[in-house]
Design a binder for this molecule. Structure first.
Ligand code: BDR
Ligand code: CA
Length: 309
């Protein structure tokens, strides 16, 4: 008899956010999603936490949600309301969730789960503040988890600024500390996520299902396509955060290259830039500290996404 494939155990650290919501929905179906921690990013911590709770209610399972950092390590709070709307879920109006958070101490929860759950994957799809705080408390966290997958950074241009991707730009110091913490993380940056796009055809296919969850995602992305049309002139949006989940659950869809990365925390023009040493990688002289996802089979990924949602 064929054995069923073992699903990865995943803890998602997120700032929902449209693509965070999609990532949670995919992780719920494609992995054993053990818990969710929230961080300020796309919107305030209160909003990202409420949105995470609402998604778990839509799913209909009591996935524990633990609230985390409300500001970056340096005390700043930045958001992406011009993309995701003031509440983080522009385009949908969900009722206030009936569920409450399991705790307001995401960092302690991450550290406890790393020890309690066998082969736990951390999937970080917001600013890296919670993960950095966890590493500050327990510098050997990397040795207690199966791995870390990050949506963040870029080997090319940024989206928050010319050089910086939003999640890293929102807390560059946290990102710097996490990349130096020995996780050898999978990094899904803009160079990868901009290969995996939603468009109006995808929305039509989701609506055709006439079910609650695909309709919710279709509403989110109808809004997002309108925002993208305003901002960059195309009715398409990169499915950033789902890439980090799929890189764990379906690594065969991806190509990876080991590289060394560090983060610029200061520069007027480059604050939040991920500096990947592609030069030394090409010469075979890099001392890699991460696995950069460089290619996704977007046809297969889209099919999987539609089937799953
Ligand atoms: C990342 O920034 C956020 O706006 C998205 O949720 C994603 O995690 C893309 O740069
Ligand atoms: Ca996010």
């Amino acid at each position: 008899m064929n054995e069923l494939p073992v699903m990865a155990n995943i803890l998602i650290d997120c700032d929902p956010g449209h693509d965070d919501a999609m990532a949670i929905l995919l992780a719920e179906s494609l992995s054993n999603l053990v818990s969710i921690t929230t961080v300020a990013g796309n919107s305030s911590l209160a909003n990202t936490t409420r949105n995470a709770l609402s998604v778990t209610e839509l799913i209909g399972r009591d996935i524990p949600v633990h609230a985390g950092a409300s500001q970056a390590l340096n005390g700043e709070a930045r958001d992406a309301r011009h993309v995701h709307g003031a509440g983080g879920f522009g385009g949908v109006s969900l009722a206030e969730p009936g569920r409450a958070v399991a705790s307001e101490d995401a960092v302690t929860h991450i550290l406890a789960q790393a020890r309690a759950v066998e082969a736990l994957w951390l999937v970080a799809i917001g600013p890296l503040t919670n993960i950095a705080l966890a590493v500050r408390k327990e510098p050997d966290l990397a040795s207690h988890v199966a791995g870390l997958a990050i949506m963040g950074g870029s080997t090319g241009s940024g989206n928050a600024t010319a050089t910086a991707e939003f999640n890293i730009w929102a807390d560059p110091q946290a990102a710097k500390e996490v990349f130096a913490a020995g996780f050898d993380p999978i990094v899904c940056g803009l160079n990868l996520t901009q290969q995996f796009l939603s468009d109006d055809d995808l929305i039509s296919e989701l609506r055709a299902a006439q079910r609650t969850i695909p309709t919710f995602v279709a509403d989110l992305y109808t809004y997002m396509h309108a925002r993208m049309e305003d901002l960059i002139g195309v009715r398409q949006a990169a499915l950033h955060d789902p890439c980090a989940v799929l890189a764990v659950t379906h690594p065969d869809l991806f190509e990876f290259v080991s590289m060394h990365v560090d983060v610029e925390t200061e520069g007027d023009l480059t604050r939040g830039m991920t500096v990947f040493d592609q030069r030394r990688t090409r010469r075979g002289k890099a001392t890699p500290n991460c696995k950069v996802a460089t290619h996704i089979d977007q046809g297969a990924a889209r099919e999987l996404l539609l089937k799953t949602l």
